[in-house]
Write a protein that binds this ligand. Structure first.
Ligand code: C5P
Length: 287
């Protein structure tokens, strides 16, 4: 690392609600999702270098798939768009489970774009950056936004969501990857009506009430593919003071919503004691 290193956090993306509202002719699904971020994630550092290299460490580094990493893909595409060589030494500390429905890869890609824009001193027009992010993955634009957002289309239509109240999440993953295309493919239900959040909830309890009126439409197909998700949701919901238990994205990560840090930490400890093999992370909801 040098003085000119740029470090960017890549927080976990959480779909507080996810409605599938339609399907495009190319097979991609239209969504209406309230996306927020949690105070746990990966960390990306970009330093000056000749050529492009990536090193990875961290508790979940070993589960990254072989082959071209999304971080390198993002770096190459950005260099290409900027018409400059992809010179950088990248380091990723991986803490989020992989293929988990909390946007680990998308968050890493967004963090890479943000870090390299700063390292390389680029001034890319916002629309160009948005299109570049979307070409890397449907969730990359919302991860670039990094704040509570209503996500529509296949991930490209972003509107700032009302401010979210102070709240805590406990993220839980069985450390079994679940393929996003497989979950979308296993859907059998019809489409939902869009249901945007229009008012800022006063507190965590009001947020839970607003979310309870919405769903994650990908939960039934995800449970059909990975039944342990049903068990996780039941166990999370059974924790004292849990206001809501829900799956994020296409799974398998589920979350519990809590009003206080103490309640979230107590639930996380109880879940870990009960299922030591699961990944359990208490984290504040980033409002
Ligand atoms: O673009 P991303 O890698 O996030 O999406 C992975 C796959 O998930 C897509 O190839 C598609 O099969 C499915 N998907 C979808 N509708 C979306 C997002 C993803 O059908 N809105």
């Amino acid at each position: 690392m040098t003085d000119r290193s740029v470090t960017v956090e890549a927080p976990a993306k959480v779909n507080l609600s996810l409605l599938v509202t339609g399907r495009r002719p190319d097979g991609y699904h239209l969504l209406d999702s309230l996306v927020a971020f949690a105070g746990v994630g990966d960390t990306l550092t970009a330093s000056p270098g000749l050529g492009l290299t990536l090193s990875v460490d961290g508790p979940t580094a070993a589960s990254l798939p072989e082959g071209e990493n999304i971080v390198l893909k993002a770096a190459r595409l950005l260099a290409e768009a900027a018409g400059r060589p992809a010179d950088a030494t990248l380091h990723l500390t991986k803490r989020l489970p992989v293929a988990a429905g909390i946007g680990g890869g998308s968050a890493d890609a967004a963090a890479t774009l943000t870090a390299l824009i700063r390292l390389w001193g680029l001034d890319l027009p916002a629309e160009r950056l948005h299109a570049l992010a979307l070409s890397i993955g449907a969730d990359v634009p919302v991860c670039l936004a990094g704040r509570p957002t209503r996500m529509e289309g296949v991930g490209e239509v972003l509107t700032p969501a009302p401010a979210l109240p102070p709240a805590w999440l406990v993220l839980v993953n069985p450390l079994m990857p679940l393929s996003t295309p497989a979950v979308f493919k296993a859907r059998t239900a019809g489409f939902s009506e869009p249901a945007p959040l229009t008012e800022a909830p006063a507190d965590a309890r009001a947020l839970a009430v607003a979310l309870a009126a919405r769903r994650n439409d990908l939960t039934p197909p995800a449970i059909a593919l990975l039944p342990v998700i049903g068990e996780m949701l039941a166990l999370i919901a059974a924790q004292p003071d849990c206001l809501l238990a829900r799956m994020s994205g296409s799974g398998a990560t589920c979350f519990g919503l809590f009003a206080t840090e103490a309640a979230a930490r107590a639930a996380a400890a109880a879940l870990t004691a009960c299922q030591p093999g699961w990944w359990v992370a208490p984290a504040p909801l980033l409002g």
